[in-house]
Design a protein around this ligand. Structure first.
Ligand code: SF4
Length: 689
């Protein structure tokens, strides 16, 4: 049996393991002593490999290129030459007629890796000539990236996942690690066993709430009021680290002007939290030796996601719980390489390595490196993925190049998204499976799958790790970076890389924070945690050591604002709140995990809707009954899961099911500062069938 070292493609924890190969088929996984997982794997890591073998459980692998010659025609199999020529001609026509900004591309935060994403953004910027490039972080942790850059200067975790085990207090806020990152949840359990205090603030009684020292069942949609009150207690009760605030922060006076109004009592009706419990939690957090706040999409997929992240950063700063080992900020990323997509500049305002497109010096540097004129690289921020529906309606986006994502499954208001994808003039989709989005495409490019190519992933805590091919590409599939460079060459901007190492060395050369992250350093179970500014540098497990923030004056900026209510509130017609969540055994749009034998056993469509017993009884619904869930956007069939851990007045659905798709119901309202959808708060009704 052959063994091939890889990194898990299912979450930002970055667990390392061997793929086991027999007779050309991937037949198993065995955990390695990686920096995060120390030999352990969760259900997905252990059982999520055999989609590579083209099991056809949910949908077959795409094994050859296809084109649709005219809208409404069938997709037909063609040669690579014909598919690439057809695509290059059409993109050039659109660019000529409507300008480069009429084209939007995406990165893939899943299997392809950093090298493919780097080449995609280079193709978008240097060949097409636009900053219209985005990735799924827009839908998930976009507010963390923006909110942390605003306040502390870097949009990533300030601590390491392994550090979490050594913290004295961990507060989880709108974050369910048992479902999202089971190996991170293991670290939290180990911290608890060591004596750490655990605080959980979540509307649902999530698994980690069971080991919490303090659990606060906050109301859905209260986040900013809650963190404002938390900050109020820290200052009012004299728990503030005055020296740290004076020496390492700015903006205290303006910040306090807002925070002073948010006593726990004043906002109890909004938060739903007993003031004494909130005070006890703030004391526990602020006085612990080292405290870490972990948050997830319960924080970010809200209409005030960025503002809430501003305040989370401020809480860490005013408490002095940042800038030293085992204390800091942990926005734990969902998809396995969403950190990498951001690292590689799949973001409309940033080049790779978080270098701003609006900075003329950066433009000059990238223009020189890529051999293009400065004028051809735009200084303007591009559009966002969540702008796609209205930009297509307005005729501003004519071509959409979808790479390794399925927005028709994962973006809100999927009826509107279907209309968008059907109406965009030219839709390219590059994937390994015939997803719902790919089925609508005018061009289908088959990329190689994780397990068939090499590359580097970025774990959520800024850790680069290498993964390697275990089996050869299936059918006519090409590596994603090969597809981009061949298309680019046909469009008049030649690119030629022989392998991923050449690409990665170019990334290192252009990104000061990544320069020491050589393939050699990442050999075996090796890793490189950025910033790693030179070869031989050990990497940086903890950001902002000594209170040195990545801000122009070196100081963290304290920011917050007033709470406002979510966009769509329950009413007589739609009296329940719908909140989207994750299923532990499945990943993203489910195209990968739904094609794995063991994981597919968990997939009994339609999906389920969890509902509190009182809400179910009121509607005459029994456990496992089929029910209708409907909202102002649409109606789906689902299966009721009566659950005491679900708070009254709210129902929860995972977004991964094809039948019973909850994004049929969600609303396309976004946080104005990040463009991230408010997936955690739509009004709905559930009826017995
Ligand atoms: Fe994979 Fe995440 Fe599970 Fe680790 S915790 S095995 S990275 S899904």
């Amino acid at each position: 049996m052959e063994k091939h070292m890889t990194v898990c493609p299912y979450c930002g924890a970055g667990c390392k393991f061997n793929l086991l190969v027999e007779n050309g088929q991937v037949v198993g996984a065995e955990g390695l002593d990686g920096i995060t997982n120390q030999g352990e794997l969760c259900l997905k890591g252990m059982s999520g490999y055999d989609f590579i073998n083209d099991t056809k459980i949910l949908t077959p692998r795409i094994l050859h290129p296809m084109i649709r010659r005219t809208k409404g025609a069938e997709l037909e199999r063609v040669s690579w030459d014909e598919a690439l020529d057809f695509t290059a001609k059409k993109l050039l026509e659109i660019k000529e007629k409507h300008g480069a900004d009429a084209i939007l591309t995406t990165g893939s935060s899943r299997g392809p890796g950093n090298e493919a994403n780097y080449v995609m953004q280079k193709f978008t910027r240097a060949c097409i000539g636009t900053n219209n490039i985005d990735n799924c972080a827009r839908t998930c942790h976009g507010p963390s990236v923006i909110g942390l850059i605003d306040t502390v200067g870097s949009g990533a975790m300030s601590v390491s996942i392994p550090n979490m085990e050594n913290a004295d207090c961990i507060m989880l806020f709108g974050y369910n690690p048992s479902a999202s990152h089971p190996i991170v949840a293991r670290r939290i359990v180990k911290a608890k066993e060591r004596g750490a205090k655990i605080i959980v603030a979540d509307p649902r009684i999530i698994e980690t709430a069971r080991i919490a020292d303090i659990y606060m069942q906050i109301n859905n949609g209260c986040n900013l009021a809650f963190v404002n009150a938390f900050a109020n207690v820290i200052v009012s009760e004299g728990l503030m680290d005055k020296k740290f605030v004076e020496e390492h922060t700015s903006g205290f006076e303006a910040w306090w002007e807002t925070v002073k109004n948010y006593t726990p009592e004043a906002v109890q009706d909004i938060t739903g939290v007993d003031p004494e419990t909130l005070r006890a939690a703030a004391r526990m957090y602020a006085t612990a030796g080292g405290s870490i706040i972990g948050w997830g999409m319960g924080v970010t997929q809200q209409c005030q996601g960025v503002h809430t992240v501003h305040q989370i950063a401020a809480i860490a700063c005013v408490s002095g719980q940042i800038g030293r080992d085992n204390a800091g900020l942990a926005p734990v990323r969902g998809q396995n390489n969403v950190q990498g997509s951001c690292d590689m500049g799949m973001w409309p305002s940033l080049y790779p390595g978080y270098q701003k497109v609006a900075d003329p010096a950066m433009r000059s540097k990238f223009a020189k490196a890529w051999g293009v004129s400065e004028d051809s690289l735009s200084l303007s921020e591009g559009c966002k993925l969540t702008d796609l529906p209205h930009l297509v309606k307005e005729g501003k986006i004519r071509a959409f190049y979808n790479f390794g994502e399925d927005p028709l499954q994962t973006e809100p208001d999927s009826i509107d998204m279907r209309e968008t994808l059907e109406n965009v003039e030219f839709l390219i989709s590059q994937d390994i499976f015939m997803t719902q989005t790919t089925a609508l495409a005018d061009v289908v490019f088959p990329g190689t799958s994780w397990g068939e190519h090499d590359g580097v992933f970025s774990a959520s805590d800024r850790t680069f790790q290498r993964f390697t091919a275990a089996v050869p590409p299936k059918g006519e599939c090409k590596h994603d970076w090969q597809i981009f460079q061949e298309l680019s060459t046909r469009m008049g901007y030649p690119m030629h890389y022989d392998d991923t190492k050449q690409i990665w060395d170019e990334v290192r050369e252009l990104c000061p924070s990544f320069q020491g992250a050589t393939y050699e350093k990442m050999a075996g179970v090796g890793y490189a945690q950025w910033p790693i500014p030179e070869v031989g540098h050990p990497g940086t497990p903890t950001l902002y050591q000594g209170g040195q923030f990545n801000m122009p004056d070196g100081k963290a900026l304290l920011m917050t604002t007033d709470w406002k209510a979510p966009t769509e509130l329950p009413d007589e017609e739609y009296p329940l709140i719908l909140c989207t969540v994750r299923e532990v055994g499945h990943y993203s749009c489910r195209s990968m995990t739904g094609n794995c034998k063991v994981l597919a056993l968990l997939a009994d469509e339609p999906g389920y809707v969890t509902i509190n017993p009182a809400d179910a009884e009121k509607r005459g619904i029994k456990d496992q009954d089929l029910v209708w869930v409907h909202s102002r956007r649409g109606k789906v069939i689902s299966r009721a899961a009566i659950d005491e851990r679900t708070n009254k007045g709210t129902v929860y659905m995972t977004y991964q099911w094809w039948i019973g798709k909850c994004n049929t119901l969600t609303m396309h309202a976004t946080d104005p500062l990040s463009g991230t959808p408010e997936d955690k708060h739509s009004a709905c009704q559930v009826d017995a069938i």
